[in-house]
Design a protein. Structure first.
Lengths: 283, 95
């Protein structure tokens, strides 16, 4: 009877994503418990419920930790990006019409990917700080994993594009900038890969807990926008576009600022359309 | 559940089965829960740094023994204080 129960528990643990050393430990402890009271199999609880309980109890905490780790790694990547971006002004980059083809191709990723990483990573962190419950609905965990995973992927894409750009313009640019950008992006990419380990570990746990995932309006405390999420998207796009335009005016080129502002606003709306449901921005 | 488990371990290390037995005995059978459910909570408390555990050998059997950490004792003290305040408030209203 004990052997049957442990075999069931073993397969139920695998079904919710608990394998390896953790599963071996759970099985060993369960066996010890059941052998202490051979009549106690009934009282121990159904194997599927117990396995689900492990995944639920461990999943919420693992997902929160993954989001925090990812944000910390993204912070380092963001610092490398900022120093490299500002340093480019002093590194004597050639004008864009002299850039090699691969540098030209990598440039849009250098602009778009970090914004995706920042927004997605911030939303993952915000959700992880807001939802401190012991157990979270499966749908909520999925949203946290998606936000964290997309943030890490976008962060890696940024570092790869930045390194490719620096490598392509290496002969026409100051050596210190190329060395800093290549070394910094390699180090930050390594950190992002390390931060992906807890994320994949958390995503492997698949508890079955009923409940809905919240949306970005829960995260930001803006429930008033829920009935018309596109009103929120339009306002954010307008604010971002305006900020970029003002930056262009400050830099003495209002026409270029307006074009970039419009592009940013459209990118915001496109991002909301593309990732809205995937990242739990709207229901 | 967290406070009950921390309180059960306050007098010294115990393995999972002994935790369940002690919980049942101390509550006069009131906390007669599905015994397996104690383990996910123990694991979570360990991950949170409130408990520590290690394998020991007793009577030829390997057993995982749990003990309170310093943070666990602090959390227990805080939880007991909160519980006493809550219980006193309820008693003041009810009696």
């Amino acid at each position: 009877m004990i052997e049957d129960y442990l075999a069931r528990l073993r397969s139920e643990l695998a079904a919710v994503g608990i394998r390896g050393r953790l599963r071996a430990r759970i099985l060993a402890e369960s066996e010890d418990h059941l052998r202490s009271d051979p009549e106690g199999v009934e009282r121990f609880g159904a194997a599927n419920e117990l396995a689900n309980s492990f995944a639920a109890e461990l999943g919420a905490r693992a997902s929160r930790r993954a989001a925090v780790s990812a944000f910390a790694a993204l912070g380092v990547a963001g610092a490398v990006y900022a120093v490299s971006f500002i340093g480019a002004s002093f590194g004597h980059l050639p004008p864009s019409d002299l850039w090699p083809t691969l540098a030209l191709l990598s440039f849009p990723a250098i602009i778009v990917a970090p914004q995706v990483a920042f927004v997605s990573g911030s939303l993952a962190l915000l959700r992880s700080l807001r939802r401190r419950d012991r157990v979270l609905p499966s749908a909520e965990l999925r949203v946290m994993h998606r936000r964290t995973g997309l943030a890490l992927l976008a962060g890696l894409a940024t570092m790869a594009a930045l390194a490719l750009f620096a490598f392509e313009v290496r002969n026409e640019t100051d050596g210190w900038w190329v060395v800093f950008t290549l070394a910094g992006s390699a180090a930050a990419a390594s950190l992002l890969v390390v931060a992906a380990v807890p994320t994949t570990g958390a995503a492997r746990l698949r508890p079955r807990v009923a409940g809905e995932a919240g949306d970005v309006f829960d995260d930001l405390g803006l429930a008033g926008y829920r009935d018309d999420p596109w009103r929120f998207a339009r306002r954010v796009a307008f604010a971002v576009g305006l900020a970029v335009w003002i930056a262009g005016i400050v830099q003495g080129d209002p026409i270029d600022g307006a074009i970039r502002g419009l592009a940013e606003a459209l990118a915001c709306l496109a991002g909301f359309a593309a990732f809205g449901r995937f990242l739990g921005l709207r229901r | 559940m967290d406070l009950l488990l921390l309180a059960t371990l306050r007098h010294g290390p115990l393995h999972g089965y002994a935790v369940v037995e002690k919980l049942r005995g101390a509550s006069d059978g009131a906390f007669d829960l599905a015994e397996g459910t104690v383990y996910p909570a123990l694991y979570r408390l360990e991950k949170a740094g409130l408990l520590a555990s290690k394998w020991t050998k007793a009577g030829g059997r390997r057993r995982r023994v749990y003990r309170l950490t310093g943070r666990g004792r602090e959390e227990l003290a805080r939880g007991r204080k909160e519980w006493k305040a809550f219980a006193n408030a309820v008693e003041a209203v009810v009696t």
